[in-house]
Design a protein around this ligand. Structure first.
Ligand code: BDR
Ligand code: CA
Length: 319
């Protein structure tokens, strides 16, 4: 069993990632922690609770974390995810509430309680993980693995011409997390923009006789609208967070994933939030770079979105 804490800014693709994991009987989600990003951290917590309630798993604790980055700024992405973070489809308020413990404290406490067991899956800005590192500098020894959706290595950015949103939202925190020496798998736009959710995937979900699949199809509509209008010009959308979730639990083979050092630009110029990895050795089979601990996923098989639909049309795991 993979034991996860999912740190997210729920968000349409975050919600799909949570649902994907909640349908896997071999995944134990210990907690969901939320961060500003696609929407504010409190709304992200409500959205996470809505998802958990949908599959009857509201006993999983949801903790709110950073409401802004370390500079105190926060700018949500309503054009991508809607004002409510889930495509403005008029969802009722969740029945449950977040716990009072702040996200970073919860991460540290759970890591201390189960040393070497936890896998942190970060699919939002990295402020909570960086704060947890400040609270417990030995966190890298206590955690089994970290998977991060973020960055753009050989791919254009999405938040800015060169920077990806999760990293750009808090580059200082991202730099700290990517350089903490723990084993990280980084899932950047290079692969998440290539695994696309299509109209066909949405229709398949819409046709299934399941509340989860119906919910997924409903929130996907808004996401497809954004991607069609602003990004691809055709009806397809990037599968960022679900792909990272599936890679974290070993469901998607990584075709190309060199272990390299990753640096994050924190200057105020146009490169703010850019992730730089030295991939110059790629024609030599990518020997691990000395001292590096970040596996950067540069290619996958590109068959994941179909499997996501299949999983969400099935029954949720029992937990
Ligand atoms: C990332 O930013 C957010 O909009 C998505 O949820 C994903 O985590 C993609 O750049
Ligand atoms: Ca996200």
């Amino acid at each position: 069993k993979e034991t996860l804490i999912v740190d997210c800014d729920t968000g349409i693709d975050d919600a799909l990632a949570l649902l994907y994991l909640l349908h896997d009987p071999d995944v134990d989600i210990r907690a969901v922690t939320t961060v500003f990003g696609n929407t504010d951290a409190d709304t992200a917590a409500d959205n996470s609770l809505r998802v958990l309630e949908l599959v009857g798993r509201q006993h999983i604790p949801v903790a709110v974390g950073a409401r802004s980055n370390w500079r105190g700024t926060f700018s949500p992405a309503p054009s991508v995810h809607g004002d409510d973070g889930l495509g403005d489809t008029g969802l009722p308020a969740p029945r449950s509430t977040p716990i009072s413990e702040p996200a970073a404290e919860l991460i540290v406490r759970l890591a201390r309680e189960s040393p070497g067991e936890l896998h942190l899956l970060a699919i939002g800005p990295l402020t909570n993980l960086a704060t947890a590192l400040l609270l417990e500098p030995k966190l890298p020894d206590l955690v089994k693995h970290v998977t991060v959706m973020g960055g753009a290595i050989h791919h254009p950015g999405n938040a800015t011409p060169a920077a990806e949103a999760n990293i750009h939202n808090d580059p200082e925190a991202a730099g700290m997390v990517l350089q903490a020496g723990w084993n990280v798998t980084l899932v950047p736009l290079d692969v998440t923009m290539a695994e696309v959710l299509t109209e066909e995937v949405k229709n398949r979900l819409g046709a299934a006789d399941s509340p989860v699949a119906t919910f997924a199809a409903t929130i996907l509509e808004h996401y497809l609208d954004f991607y069609e209008q602003d990004v691809f010009g055709v009806r397809r959308a990037a599968c960022h967070d679900p792909l990272a979730a599936a890679i974290a639990v070993g469901d998607v083979p990584v075709v190309l994933g060199p272990i390299v050092a990753v640096e994050v630009e924190t200057g105020d110029g146009p490169a703010r939030g850019v992730t730089i990895a030295d991939t110059r050795g790629k024609y030599r089979g990518f020997p691990a770079q000395e001292g590096a601990s970040v596996r950067v996923v540069l290619a996958t098989e590109r068959t994941f979105p179909g499997r996501l639909a299949e999983q969400l049309c099935g029954s949720p795991g029992a937990g």
